[in-house]
Write a protein that binds this ligand. Sequence first.
Ligand SMILES: NC(=O)C1=CN([C@@H]2O[C@H](COP(=O)(O)OP(=O)(O)OC[C@H]3O[C@@H](n4cnc5c(N)ncnc54)[C@H](OP(=O)(O)O)[C@@H]3O)[C@@H](O)[C@H]2O)C=CC1
Ligand SMILES: CC(C)(CO)C(=O)C(=O)O
Length: 334
Amino acid sequence: MPPYRTICIYGAGALGGAVAAKLASMQGGDATISVVARGEHLDAIRKDGLDLIEHGVETPRNVRITATDDPNDLPPQDLVITGLKGHQLTDAAPGIARLLKENTRVVMILNGIPWWYFYQDAASGHADRQIESLDPGGDLWRLIGPQRVIGCVAHQGGRIAAPGKVHLTNRGSFILGEPTGEITPDIEALAALFSDAGVEVRLSTRIRDDIWSKLMGNTSFNPISAITRLPMQDIMADPALTEMISRIMLEVQAVGEALSAKIAISVEQRLQQSRAIGAVKTSMLQDLLAGKPLEIVPIVGIVPTLARLVGIATPATDAVLTLVTALDRQNRSA
Ligand SMILES: NC(=O)C1=CN([C@@H]2O[C@H](COP(=O)(O)OP(=O)(O)OC[C@H]3O[C@@H](n4cnc5c(N)ncnc54)[C@H](OP(=O)(O)O)[C@@H]3O)[C@@H](O)[C@H]2O)C=CC1
Ligand SMILES: CC(C)(CO)C(=O)C(=O)O
């Protein structure tokens, strides 16, 4: 399939928008880049272009880019990159499917356990198991198909600063991996494309391990930041909250390892990584403050769900799940 000549970023929010802006402003790039966005953000991109403000870079870049909320406006693509939240994927599945041709690859920038997690995952003992809570009715599996997916773990903070303006809040990086673990020509071409566009990238032959290492931070920090409304730095300054974070991280680690993930990072090292991020508001806290639904199931709820498969108790995760679910309910009805 490579090279990728037509690329659509579906969900051009904080991270998707930043990747779109970088791809669209790539020196010497000959791919046609488009975005699917919606609401005020789409209106602003159409009117004034998409602005990217990068940590440590003084001048924002502005790109003029084809933008629509209707994927029928676009031709089938070589590559689709989703920047949607996990709970937004099912609604978008028919739209994503319209952009696919036979060999289109789909990169999903996601926190949490992805819907395709068990695809060809023999080591877990659950190969090809579909997870109903992540993919209700199996729409994603059927309309997109796990064989198209390239996994992506984002160690990169970002936010939509204002309609049409995305902000990368640290100098982060992305990890890409085929669910099968192979280093294929498709993924090599993707890594080269990202690098050329100035997106820092690493290839992984064990993307599930990277998913679990990242998840240790998200299952703990994201709901606790939403419940307390505190940025990460302030959570870490509170010993009782840090103790709760550590307990959740240990539970996530235990579930991942029971499913055959090799999690190289310890809880202390993961806390260190989080400390280095600084005074960042997690994506879940950003959503809460913006009155948006929270990405709870892929990031928090999935841990007890998978824990049940492997017979592990997750009391600390269960407790924050209960609290953050109630908070989400109240936030939606406010
Ligand atoms: N932001 C961060 O710091 C980090 C995020 N992540 C993860 O990366 C993933 C992407 O997150 P993030 O970049 O924050 O997401 P954002 O919420 O910033 O962006 C998602 C965008 O997609 C739009 N959207 C949703 N559904 C549709 C649709 N059907 N059609 C068109 N547009 C749509 C949203 O619009 P609307 O606002 O109207 O819903 C929003 O603009 C998540 O899994 C997140 O957890 C990982 C690391 C850090
Ligand atoms: C890295 C971190 C915690 C912060 O950007 C994140 O993944 C998120 O906000 O969801």
